[in-house]
Design a protein around this ligand. Structure first.
Ligand code: GLN
Length: 536
């Protein structure tokens, strides 16, 4: 019978609930159990697509096209399980659903309320198709006490009543601060956050105490006593040097052992099966450092490029490479910043700001034969740069930025020939109207990418509105040495461009970083890094 693990957070945000959920998932998998990882996000946004990456980090896209927050990326990278639309819900989606039902007359006669209508909607999400796995891990976003998240906690409380303690466990993540003035660890914030949970009818079964240092036995005993949790289930969650070592650390601290013994489940863990920790533990080869630059404009918050940074690191694990990632603000970097790099990634993005700086970096990489990977907007700008400076169309541009007589990049709806692609970009609505999720792409024989992928057909995840206008500019691009080496199966939409006569110059309309895992690095990033290593 399926067990439900609810993961809540107290005291403050950024304690690593996402990494904890992902790590517990990896540990249960290593014990041979099956899992689903789900996130309940308390915001009223209907999805994460319209949220600023500078406030919230990157928008992660599932293969079936849902725009979610970056925790789903951790889930996938730690467990190797592709998330779907059934694994992420925001409070906005919940209300949207309830209000739609109300309009449709589904509740006819009833007064529509948080309890039971909103909570029932949440319970349906949590339990959907749960019977096919041993565990559903359910991360409740936000911090206990946030007004937006209360209905999630209430739904979880009801599930505990419905299914009983044999099938539900509440894991509460909390912070144990250290006061250097008195030389003490402090348990009071934890006591308060547990009290808050209790006042909502939830008694945590296991406390995971996040701490920068070891916690003394007597402090743990105090937490157990005041929070009403057996001492063996008060577990220290030390901060790890590398996120991929967290599963192993949590295992050593007893997390999965206690969760399994709570449920009387007997499978042992095989440490070699914690794939994520094994893959990331490889020795780095030392002195030769590959310097990879990310040219982007959302650099105030590194989480805006979370999957990208991780994908580069995964390639590093595969090649045993020591990496140095340089962040170049597309509006501020200098020639000198570029000149020390062994490889460059042009990140995706939206809007005109910063685009010209990215184009200059692309020109530099093309002319100086520095390995380059252009992602999404990065690919579109590679095409613009090539048309402007090689083909000789100085006004080549994108209609995303401004009206242009040479719309190399545009909405399909702006073209003469767009049968079959009409829906995208054709409404005034912003949210959820892009080409989202996994699409097939056919690779050209003998191209660099066909070699790297070692396949004819691939599937990659998309998140964009604009496309390269192959019909109008494709022939000129190819005649001058920019090969369209990947297209949609109907041949209409360029998915990949690459340059002949360059060690590694690849632009992709999709986001390869979303599919990279520590134990399954993405071929494009491995290719880029290899080419970069040759440049040292
Ligand atoms: N702004 C571009 C588009 O919408 C690229 C998006 C991206 O880089 N993810 O097509």
């Amino acid at each position: 019978m399926t067990k439900f693990v609810f993961i809540t957070g107290g005291v403050c945000s950024s304690l690593g609930k996402g990494i904890t959920t992902a790590s517990l998932g990896a540990l249960l998998l290593a014990r041979g159990y099956t899992v689903k990882l789900r996130k309940l996000e308390q915001y009223l946004n209907i999805d994460s697509g319209t949220m600023s990456p500078i406030q919230h980090g990157e928008v992660f896209v599932t293969k079936d096209g849902l725009e979610t927050d970056l925790d789903l990326g951790h889930y996938e990278r730690f467990t190797g399980i592709d998330a779907t639309k059934d694994d992420y819900i925001t409070m906005g989606m919940v209300y949207n659903q309830v209000l739609k039902k109300e309009r449709r007359g589904d509740y006819l006669g009833a007064t529509v309320q948080i309890i039971p209508h909103v909570t029932d909607e949440i319970k349906q999400f949590i339990t959907k198709d749960s019977e096919v796995v041993d565990f559903v891990l359910c991360e409740i976003g936000g911090t206990v006490g946030d007004i937006e998240g209360q209905a999630f906690l209430e739904a979880a409380r009801q599930i505990r009543i419905d299914l009983g303690t044999e099938k539900t466990i509440f894991v509460h993540l909390t912070l144990i601060p250290y006061m250097s003035t008195s030389g003490e660890t402090k348990t009071k914030p934890t006591q308060h956050s547990v009290k808050w949970l209790q006042s909502l009818g939830i008694q945590p079964d296991l406390l995971l105490c996040r701490s920068e240092r070891d916690i003394e036995k007597n402090a743990l005993a105090k937490i157990a006593l005041f929070c009403n949790v057996p001492q063996k289930r008060v577990i220290i969650g030390r901060t790890a040097e590398d996120i991929y070592q967290v599963p192993l650390m949590y295992h050593e601290a007893g997390l999965d052992t206690e969760v399994c013994s709570y449920f009387n489940m007997k499978n042992n863990v095989n440490l070699n099966n914690i794939k994520v920790s094994v893959a990331s533990r490889k020795e780095k080869c030392g002195s030769n450092i590959v310097k990879i630059g990310i040219v982007g404009k959302y650099l105030e918050l590194k989480d805006a490029y979370k999957s990208l940074i991780e994908a580069i690191r995964h390639a590093g694990f595969a090649l045993n490479a020591s990496l140095e990632i340089h962040y170049l603000d597309s509006e501020k970097y200098t020639k000198k910043d570029l000149s020390i790099l062994n490889a460059i990634v042009i990140a995706g993005g939206f809007g005109h700001r910063g685009a010209e700086g990215k184009i200059n970096a692309i020109q530099y990489a093309r002319e100086n034969k520095v390995p380059l990977l252009g992602i999404c907007l990065g690919m579109q700008l590679s095409v613009i740069e090539f048309l402007r400076h090689v083909v000789g169309i100085p006004k080549a541009g994108s209609t995303e930025f401004e009206k242009t007589p040479e719309p190399a990049i545009g909405l399909i709806t702006e073209w003469e020939h767009f049968e079959g692609y009409k829906t995208k970009g054709s409404t005034q609505q912003k949210g959820g109207t892009m080409r989202l999720g996994a699409y097939k792409c056919e690779l050209k024989e003998n191209s660099l990418v066909a070699q790297l992928y070692n396949h004819h057909t691939i599937q990659e995840r998309h998140r964009h509105r604009y496309e390269v206008n192959k019909e109008r500019y494709g022939a000129q691009m190819e005649a001058n040495g920019m090969i369209i080496s990947g297209t949609s199966p109907d041949g209409e939409l360029p998915e990949i461009v690459e340059l002949k006569n360059h060690p590694f110059f690849v632009g992709v309309q999709f986001h390869p970083e979303l599919k990279s895992r520590p134990f399954e690095p993405h071929p494009l990033f491995v290719g880029l890094l290899k080419a970069g290593m040759d440049k040292i």
